[in-house]
Each structure stands twice: as structure tokens, then as C-alpha cells.
Design a protein around this ligand. Sequence first.
Ligand code: HEM
Length: 124
Amino acid sequence: MTTLFEKLGGAAAVDLAVDRFYERVLQDDRIKHFFANTDMKKQRSHQKAFLTYAFGGTDKYDGQLMRQAHKELVEKQGLNGDHFDAVAEDLILTLREMGVSDELIDEVAAVAAAPQRKKDVLNG
Ligand code: HEM
């Protein structure tokens, strides 16, 4: 079975995409404020984590950890579904810009915005 991660080009593709995705997220007025106090290295590792999960490149997804990591953002900064969707949209635009096929983009979108994942991040 070829995973979505492999179809997209594996770790090399994630590394390439992470740079562009990172730029896009930090310029997005809908969500950039969440990263205002996060250092650059952490921000990059965050975008990479997001992408790797979205590409199905890890089996280490831990719902409890996701809840913990975003709990304060939800409670103190009002992180909500619109913000989550904005990040997912930035990911789709990044992949489109990179020339990834619509078919693969649809697959990524389904994984990235999987209901359980969204629920975990938003502490729902
Ligand atoms: C599937 C979706 C997501 C995944 C897999 C994910 C992944 C992670 C992980 C692994 C951490 C803790 C480690 C780290 O800081 O690198 C984290 C923290 C964080 N996440 Fe997410 N995240 C997701 C969605 C979001 C969204 C939608 C936002 C805001 C728009 C967001 C903003 C943050 C911020 C600001 C932190 C704290 C960084 C810090 O320590 O300053 N995340 N996320």
C-alpha cells in the first residue's frame, strides 16, 4: 500500500511544503496572532507537525497530547473551528501552489480536517 505521505513525495516533500506553509500561516491575519509569542523554531516545528499529520506520515498521533498542546489557546485565546479551517485552507493553497494534483489535495484535506483531529485540537 502506498501511503498518502509517499504519494506526495515523503519527507522531502514535507520539508519543501513546510517552508511555504509556514510563510502562508504567518501572513494570514485570521491566525497569525496565535503564533505571536512562539519562537521561530517552534513555529516551524509546528507547521511540520501539522503537515506530517495531514500527510498521514506518522502513526504517533496522540489525541491527548493534541488536547494539552492547544488547551490554553482554546481557553484563553479563543481558538475555534474557523481558525482550524483557516490553517487547513492555507495547507491546501500551499499544495496547489506546489502543483500537487486536485485528487491528492482532496485526500490531504480529508485527513487534515478529520473530525476527531479537529475535536482534539479544539478540546471539544
Ligand atoms: C491537526 C492540526 C494540528 C496539529 C497536528 C498541531 C500540532 C501541534 C503540536 C504537536 C504542538 C506542540 C508542539 C509544538 O509546539 O510544536 C502544537 C502547539 C501549538 N499549536 Fe498546534 N496543531 C494543530 C492545529 C493548530 C491550529 C489550528 C492552531 C492555530 C491556528 C495551532 C496553534 C498552535 C500553537 C500556537 C501552539 C503552541 C506553540 C508554542 O509552544 O508556543 N495549532 N500544535
